[in-house]
Design a protein around this ligand. Structure first.
Ligand SMILES: Nc1ncnc2c1ncn2[C@@H]1O[C@H](COP(=O)(O)OP(=O)(O)OP(=O)(O)O)[C@@H](O)[C@H]1O
Length: 493
């Protein structure tokens, strides 16, 4: 792999050689200050009297410019392996005789850093200053906007002033934006999706890709796109705005009486809904509020009486894992994803273990449960991988129904919940369906849709195949799902 190099000077006889390949930016410097700065990147070699050589993944290069004799390279680095990314810059002079190669070098490294594409130029940014611990505006101004501006993006920024504001903004959104950047938790994204659904040209509005910046409590969508390490990192999310690609996702049509809404993430009843609503006043705790809420729910140990009817296409957990594996394998080879069959699976001799009775393609599940959670995307928060075998666009909704079990069992089930281990519990009945209905059999209860409370009344969910668009670094959800095979060996899907 050839390295293309450029030497820049800092004065006092110090200089830096910048090089790049298809995979990394290399920085070799004898400037003390810069050496300190770059030593937080992956340092390949250093000694006090000689050069420091560091490598930055080329994906983390945001911009390289040459203006008035000065080269500026902006990139993101981590201070330590497990730390968040932050924006860093290198400046240096190039004399007139070398200005043409300097300009060419900047152009070439930018081309490679963006894989020949361009960053989205015109961005509509919506910020919920009240989301999660209330730091969204600060996060945007201090961490996100500098990255977007470095990349040359034009930003039009609005802070929401009340609940429902983002619905109004999204329903009249100009179709000329390259992306919608949502600095919030999942609640504001729910509002944006519902605003887009009311747009005079809904399909065009839904094709503007959405990029979440995590600034709420759960930040499930960000975790699902960026994974556990980067999903709560605003700079990694800003980098995704620049470098990600549009990824089509299924949305869910929620119908309750005459009301229709879009759900993009989850619907919950029982303990999982109670814990959400009962900890709303604890938003300042970030995602720890869900752990606290779960513990309270386990102590209360309320059963939930609902009747679920589902158009099930799969109820075999091993086959669901195989389908996930197949998708990852084809994505790694750059092949398109082929949706698994959405044929309705009956509960008969050929498909034992399916849910209750069969009725015109709908199957019923009406035992008392502790909770039902249905939705799309593995994570609902960092502490819970609720739908580990979910696909962005398989045309299916994942449904997880927790049968009634004892308190000790529920406490034990917390172990590994963040990596999806509870998927394998026999008492966690897991289905993939093209649609489902839920009918309360008790007068009181809580129904949460994407973390927002709805009337505890009958509702139906239908899948809207590939209606939504996100910006994502991968053509699938990012989180890995660790699977324990029959021999007890852990493997990652
Ligand atoms: N300016 C505002 N003041 C009060 N509420 C607002 C404002 N802007 C938006 N909201 C409401 O805040 C709700 C929650 O926002 P958000 O999703 O950003 O945070 P969160 O609920 O803490 O995070 P998560 O949904 O990830 O758990 C939204 O559903 C929205 O209705």
């Amino acid at each position: 792999m050839s390295t293309r190099e450029l030497v820049i000077e800092h004065g006092n006889g110090t200089f830096t050689t910048l090089g790049f390949t298809e995979t990394s930016l290399t920085i070799v410097t004898n400037d003390d200050d810069l050496a300190q700065q770059v030593s937080c990147c992956q340092t390949l070699f250093s000694s006090p009297r000689t050069s420091v050589i560091s490598e930055v993944p080329i994906r983390q290069v945001v911009a390289a410019t040459f203006l008035s004799g000065v080269v500026k390279v902006s990139y993101l680095v981590r201070k330590g392996k497990k730390q968040h990314l932050h924006l860093t810059q290198i400046f240096g002079h190039v004399d007139d005789a070398h200005s043409v190669p300097a300009r060419e070098w900047c152009h070439s490294v930018t081309q490679v850093a963006y894989k020949g594409g361009n960053p989205p130029k015109v961005l509509r940014v919506l910020i919920n200053p009240r989301g999660g611990p209330g730091k969204a505006l600060q996060i945007y101004l201090n961490q996100v906007e500098p990255i977007l501006l470095e990349a040359g993006c034009e930003v039009e920024v609005t802070c929401t002033t009340r609940a429902g504001h983002a619905i109004e903004l999204a329903q009249t959104i100009d179709l000329g934006y390259d992306a919608l950047v949502i600095v919030s938790g999942d609640g504001l994204i729910h509002e944006v999706m519902n605003g887009l659904a009311k747009h005079p040209q809904p399909e065009k509005a839904f094709s503007i890709p959405i990029a979440p910046i995590p600034a709420g409590s759960g930040n499930g969508l960000s975790l699902n796109i960026l994974g556990l390490q980067d999903g709560l990192d605003p700079c990694a999310a800003a980098l995704n705005v620049l470098k990600g690609r549009p990824m089509k996702i299924d949305l869910l049509s929620f119908t309750q009486g005459n009301q229709k809404r879009i759900s993009f993430m989850s619907q919950t009843v029982g303990l999982m809904a109670d814990l959400d609503i009962e900890t709303e006043h604890l938003r300042w705790m970030g995602d720890l509020r869900f752990v606290w809420g779960y513990l309270r729910g386990v102590m209360a140990h309320k059963t939930c009486k609902m009747e679920f009817s589902m158009k099930v296409t799969e109820h075999d957990k091993s086959r669901m894992v195989d389908a996930l594996h197949a998708r990852r394998t084809s994505a790694a080879k750059g092949l398109p994803f082929v949706s698994p069959s959405s044929e309705i699976v009956p509960n008969d001799d050929k498909h034992p273990g399916g849910p209750g009775s069969l009725d015109g393609g709908w199957v019923k599940f009406d035992k008392p449960v502790l909770w039902m959670a249905a939705g799309k995307g593995p994570y609902v928060s960092r502490s819970l991988m609720q739908f580990p075998v979910s696909h962005p666009d398989d045309g299916l909704v994942d449904i997880s129904i927790q049968e009634v079990v004892g308190r000790k069992f529920l406490l034990d089930a917390m172990d590994g919940a963040e990596v999806g281990r509870s998927f394998w519990l026999n008492s966690n009945r897991y289905f993939k369906a093209t649609a489902y209905r839920a009918k309360p059999l008790a007068p009181h209860g809580v129904l949460m849709v994407d973390g927002e409370a709805f009337p505890f009344e009958e509702f139906q969910i239908d899948v809207l195949h590939r209606l939504g668009t996100l910006i994502s670094p991968y053509p699938h959800y990012a989180p890995d799902f660790k699977v324990i095979d029959a021999k007890g060996t852990e493997r990652t899907v």
